[in-house]
Design a protein around this ligand. Structure first.
Ligand SMILES: *Cc1c(COP(=O)(O)O)cnc(C)c1O
Length: 461
């Protein structure tokens, strides 16, 4: 049974160590962002005051996790931490076979290579950068089957991560189930703004895929945050615990890739899970080539121990209430200032609608990239672009032009305080007041893959 929770989301922990931050002047920040080619990924972290670049690997570990690091069993083969991790994943997520990987994309690489053949189609509830790239590198083509509401930043649909089963059925009819190795389902869809999929939708999808003999592969990077929204919003789940809901979600899927750097509260780690022996067998062969032996997959024993403990902590109802509560606090503050943000407020961050914020810029002038650079210069708050730069180019070289042009304010778990949230909202409002004067950017260097990480820009005009 779910434990009773008060309305306030105050943290279920206290601090026993702090990390001092470096304060900078506006002149220093302007120089720094120019030198970084107006790409917040190229800033040095020492130049940043509040770092909202990502929630990936940036969480604060608990004292128990740190204690777990001290019982790292650094045996090359058969580390006891691996068995603890395996047992934890089986118990809480319910998947049968587990392969640790250095992070999420390590699992994506192996799984895509095993399941996808040249010419295959992979439908999914919105793309994710690394996930789609691995699908493409394996010869597949990603097809978006998320509901239309997910592409509309203001649509208040409570489950914008849902699959449109009519869209899916069209894809299946057009290409045939044989060319669809699996459906790629993310929980709490990152690129839609941290938006959940409902249990009802997932059950319907399971029924459909059973009938058509298609797998569901679960990108479970933010499954606990998704479970929190199901508990809050979906009929019949109010009295279930996050742990129960997570286990039910996983039960409707055939395998998973996980970046444990998000929900699972570790700084590095991930895994591949499957219920199919054949897939496991092949993955066990392949992990040796790309990551390391199947009982460590590119991780130290201590990393696997911290992950096993983090998984359990991530399923605590009070933890998720405080986690999402803090994100919602920042979102409401932004809305009070009239700043256009994606709604409903998502699980892992606030997504500011850069097209609405800077309506005088065309998408070719990179509104979200521009806004992220302006916010950094104002206060030292580091955010990131999720728009035309992140979307990259199609195989034929044309740009993807996503409908959503967003700046992501990603909140690390258990790291910042409510006062930090106030500073972030106030700084964004400060930039908002002067938005008419803001000029766009032009791209002067473009890497071949995942260009948002290292692209460089110059100010227009
Ligand atoms: C971060 C992330 C990944 C990739 O995981 P890494 O650990 O960064 O390699 C995959 N899917 C989603 C939804 C993510 O957020």
């Amino acid at each position: 049974m779910k434990t009773q929770i008060k309305k306030s989301w105050a943290e279920p922990y206290r601090m026993k160590m702090v990390e001092l931050l470096k304060m900078t002047t506006r002149a220093q920040r302007q120089k720094a962002i120019k030198e970084a080619g107006y790409n917040t990924f190229l800033l040095k972290s020492a130049e940043v005051y509040i770092d909202l670049l990502t929630d990936s690997g940036t969480s604060a570990m608990s004292d128990r996790q740190w204690a777990g690091m001290m019982v790292g069993d650094e045996a090359y083969a058969g580390s006891s931490n691996f068995y603890h991790l395996e047992e934890t994943i089986r118990k809480y997520y319910g998947y049968k076979y587990i392969i640790p990987t250095h992070q999420g994309r390590g699992a994506e690489n192996i799984l895509s290579k095993i399941l996808i053949k040249k010419g295959d189609i992979v439908p999914g509830n919105m793309y994710f950068t690394t996930t789609r790239l691995h699908q493409e590198l394996a010869g597949g083509t990603f097809t978006d089957i998320i509901i239309d509401e997910a592409h509309d930043p203001l649509n208040p649909h409570p489950f914008k991560g849902n699959v449109d089963l009519t869209k899916l059925d069209k894809v299946v009819k057009k290409y045939g189930a044989k060319r669809i190795p699996y459906i790629s389902i993310a929980t709490n869809v990152n690129m839609a703004g941290g938006q959940p999929i409902s249990m009802k939708n997932l059950k319907e999808l399971r029924a459909y895929t059973k009938k058509n003999g298609i797998r569901i592969i679960h990108d479970m990077t933010r499954v606990a945050e998704n479970a929190y929204f199901i508990q809050q919003r979906e009929k019949g789940y109010q009295n279930k615990s996050i742990a129960q809901i997570v286990k039910e979600i996983c039960s409707y899927t055939d395998g998973a890739t996980m970046s444990a750097k998000k929900d699972a509260l570790v700084n590095i780690g991930g895994f591949l899970a499957t219920n199919e022996w054949d897939v496991y067998e092949e993955a066990r062969n392949m992990v040796v080539v790309y990551e390391g032996l199947h009982t460590y997959g590119g991780l130290a024993g201590r990393d696997m121990e911290a992950m096993a403990i983090g998984i359990v902590e991530s399923l605590d109802d009070f933890h998720q209430h405080a986690r999402v509560g803090q994100v919602e606090y920042l979102g409401h503050k932004m809305m009070e200032f009239g700043i256009p943000i994606v709604q409903p407020i998502g699980g892992h961050g606030i997504f500011v609608d850069a097209k609405a914020f800077l309506p005088h810029l065309t998408q070719d002038q990179f509104p979200a990239q521009t806004l992220a650079a302006e916010i950094y210069a104002d206060s030292g708050v580091r955010t990131m672009e999720r728009g035309v730069v992140s979307a990259g180019r199609k195989a034929n070289g044309e740009n993807y032009y996503p409908k959503l042009e967003l700046v992501r304010f990603t909140i690390p778990r258990r790291v910042y305080t409510q006062a930090h949230m106030d500073v972030i909202a106030e700084s964004t409002y400060n930039v908002f007041k002067q938005r008419d004067k803001i000029k766009g950017l032009k791209m002067v260097y473009e890497p071949k893959y995942l260009r948002f990480f290292q692209a460089r820009f110059e100010k227009l005009g």
